[in-house]
Design a binder for this molecule. Structure first.
Ligand code: MLT
Length: 208
């Protein structure tokens, strides 16, 4: 598998070996790229198609999925534009690779754009796993998530995402009708073995 430059995001795509599994949309953290979450995707959803774009916004040379003004201070207009751009890419990739709607698996900045995309363009995603996500949109848009499955995994010792902020995000998504499971792990902002196990179990339940 190599990095592809066709379509509107530089990305990697790995076709499914197991058709029963929904595809995963892998969304890396700040400073990552399309290669970062491929191994995690293979581990938590063996055989699933993997679609992994590279964020288009550069912060000091580090790819991200939207602009921020400072740590934890987001440019909401840019978040809206970028979420829409990402949803358009997902639709393009679905056509190009003949895919059903993917489940997003995002870490940190990638989890944040996944949550925003769910709220702003619900049709683009079948669900999401949000690892260390936080609230981006001060006012959540009216969205109908119609029971889409969402797993949020937060870290009790996360210095970037206060636990109350993650709980607020869970409420925003629940209010929009998502079927949200929110767990707070004894972890920091980095991922732990529990993240892998809980994500794998959650994704196994989504296989048809
Ligand atoms: C963000 O900017 O999305 C969050 O602060 C997470 C990060 O990338 O550090």
């Amino acid at each position: 598998m190599t990095t592809a430059t066709k379509l509107s995001f530089v990305h990697r795509f790995e076709p499914a070996a197991e058709q029963k599994r929904p595809p995963l949309l892998l969304l890396h953290g700040t400073g990552g790229d399309e290669n970062d979450l491929i191994d995690l995707g293979r581990l938590v959803a063996p055989g699933a198609a993997l679609l992994s774009p590279r964020g288009k916004v550069l912060e000091g040379g580090m790819p991200r999925f939207f602009r921020r003004l400072a740590e934890g201070v987001f440019d909401e207009a840019d978040v809206k534009r970028r979420a829409s751009e990402l949803a358009d890419f997902v639709n393009e990739a679905r056509e190009e690779y003949s895919l059903p709607a993917p489940i997003a698996l995002g870490f940190s900045n990638g989890a944040n754009i996944a949550a925003a995309t769910l709220l702003l363009r619900p049709d683009a995603l079948a669900g999401a796993v949000l690892l260390r996500a936080m609230v981006l949109l001060s006012e959540a848009p009216e969205a109908d998530l119609n029971g889409k499955p969402v797993l949020i995994l937060s870290g009790a010792m996360d210095p970037i995402v206060p636990t109350a902020n993650a709980a607020h995000l869970a409420r925003q998504l629940q209010h929009a009708g998502a079927n949200v499971e929110h767990r707070t792990l004894p972890a920091s902002h980095g991922l732990s073995q529990a993240d892998v196990t809980l994500t794998r179990d959650f994704l196994a339940k989504q296989a048809r």
